[in-house]
Design a protein around this ligand. Structure first.
Ligand code: IMP
Length: 176
């Protein structure tokens, strides 16, 4: 469906930026001597990762993994598939997964298990948003930007049917 939705703002770009500054300090404290591999889960994490990485003033490597789960709009299929894997070698690396939102936990659970089979030194998870009420898998979130309500969220990389990723702030879609 290609209707125009009514959006209610949840976080402004200024609020997001100041929370990312705080997250970057935590990540720096834990990783500055480890040359971590920041692994963004595509597509949703691309805006968050771009802003986060520019707040980290120590050497990091970047790569991406692409998975698919949400087949249509907000309805999850419950199945996660690997679409494209990272190029970087993962063996003995300190991998920090960067996610836009943890909802059911199926995606990050899948990515975490996939990574662990590749012999990393460590795997942790940083997510900008966390919707804990919808969890179907137990997921340890090591760095969390904001807890959000059980509503459908768009903007700042998050989409609904590929729309709204380009919004600078984060909003709730009314009625969804
Ligand atoms: P999970 O596997 O249910 O934890 O969902 C993870 C993925 O679902 C995220 O990376 C998003 O792409 C998508 N997702 C979950 N909740 C939302 C939402 O409220 N808005 C947009 N995308 C969402």
């Amino acid at each position: 469906m290609d209707s125009i939705h009514r959006l209610t703002p949840l976080f402004t770009s200024q609020q997001i930026a100041s929370r990312i500054d705080e997250l970057a300090l935590e990540i720096k404290r834990d990783y500055q001597s480890r040359y971590p591999l920041l692994l963004g889960i595509l597509k949703g994490s691309f805006v968050f990762l771009a802003d986060l990485v520019r707040c980290l003033d120590f050497p990091v490597e970047l790569d991406f993994i692409r998975v698919a789960s949400y087949s249509a709009g907000k309805i999850t299929s419950g199945q996660v598939k690997l679409v494209s894997e990272p190029v970087a070698s993962l063996t003995s690396r300190h991998v920090l997964i960067i996610e836009d939102i943890v909802d059911t936990g199926l995606t990050t659970d899948f990515v975490g298990s996939w990574l662990k089979e590749r012999g990393p030194a460590s795997v942790r998870l940083c997510t900008l948003l966390d919707k804990p009420t919808r969890r179907r898998r137990l997921v340890e979130v090591n760095y969390r930007g904001f807890i959000v309500p059980n509503r459908f969220i768009v903007g700042y990389g998050l989409d609904m049917n590929e729309k709204y990723r380009n919004l600078p702030g984060i909003s709730v879609i009314n009625g969804e």
